[in-house]
Each structure stands twice: as C-alpha cells, then as structure tokens.
Design a binder for this molecule. Structure first.
Ligand SMILES: [Zn+2]
Length: 182
C-alpha cells in the first residue's frame, strides 16, 4: 500500500472547475483531493490552466525540486512555491477523495473526552476525473450534501446539533477564522 498523492487547484480556475462539475453537492469548487491512482508516493500535483490555452484545465506534476535546473528551461513548466510542476501526460481515470473547504462539518453531541462534548464529521466526496494526455475532460462527484449527511446521521441515532447551538456557534466561528488564515 502506497501513500496518497495530493492534487490541489490554483485559485483562479475555480469557475472552470465549477463548469466541469468538480463541485460539492452545494456547488462549491473542490480544490483539494487525495488519490492513490497516480504514483502513491506523497507527491503533489495541481490543476491549472494550460499555458497555451486558458480554456483548458490540465494536470501538472508531480512536483520537482527547484534545484533540477533542466526543468526551468523546458517548455510548459509552472513555478509554484519554489517547486516546478511539469505538465502531466496522464491519460485515464483518477479516483480521489475530497473534502469541501467551504462546507462546514456536521456537528454532534459526543461522548468523547477530547472534544468537550462536541464532535464534528467532515463531508467526504468521491471524485472521479478523466484525463486525456493531462487534460481534464470529465468529472463525476458522489457524496452527500451537508443537509443529507445531517439527516442520515440523525437516522443513525447520532445526536446531531443545530448550527445555532451555543457550542456549535463558537466552533463555527473558530473554523471560519482558521479558514481565513490559511
Ligand atoms: Zn461545499
């Protein structure tokens, strides 16, 4: 068993991701994913515009360290956080899992000792992407929306708490603050 690679998206392609359907059930662009369908080596990839065609979203990576000078002069390389990401030529499907960075988790009453009685369950989505020579051609996302998840957890007998619960309100405030700073 290898370790998953991560795929992130550059901020300015979010409208394109939405158009391609790379969204959570509430319509937020999914910008961070993990997959074992690539090299399974904790590498990072990202989705960005094609350098020659802004209408195209393609896969870059895996990252190469800046020290490898040859990559600097090659065509079609993009520099992000001092790493170089060559264009990927991957063809085929990539199955990954994603957490929406905009949907809040579902909060519930917990018996746990660590969480002060307030548990939270993140929303995970299964994302299947199809690439053709590195170009993202099709996306399918499956998973429950926050509301559906809440209903399912209630059915399972979990003590789901409303968002206007005092503890929940405080936790949401903290989470929003964390999101702002990242
Ligand atoms: Zn969302």
């Amino acid at each position: 068993m290898g370790t998953p690679d991560s795929i992130s998206s550059v901020k300015d392609i979010e409208p394109q991701l939405v158009r391609l359907g790379l969204v959570c059930p509430d319509g937020h662009a999914l910008v961070k994913m993990q997959t074992k369908d690539l090299e399974e080596a904790l590498l990072t990839y990202f989705l960005g515009n094609d350098v020659d065609d802004a209408a195209v979203v393609r896969l870059y990576g895996p990252s190469r360290k800046e020290s490898s000078k040859t990559f600097e002069v090659s065509v079609g390389l993009v520099e992000i956080s001092r790493c170089f990401y060559p264009r990927s030529t991957h063809t085929g499907a990539v199955l990954s899992s994603a957490v929406c960075s905009q949907c809040l988790p579902v909060f519930y009453e917990s018996q746990g000792l660590w969480d002060n009685g307030l548990g939270q369950r993140e929303l995970f989505f299964e994302v299947e992407m199809w690439f053709d020579d590195g170009v993202l051609s099709r996306v399918e996302v499956s998973g429950l929306s926050r509301e559906q998840k809440r209903v399912q957890m209630l059915k399972d007998g979990v003590g789901v708490l409303p968002d206007d619960d005092r503890l929940v309100k405080r936790r949401i405030k903290e989470l929003l603050k964390e999101n702002e700073s990242t």
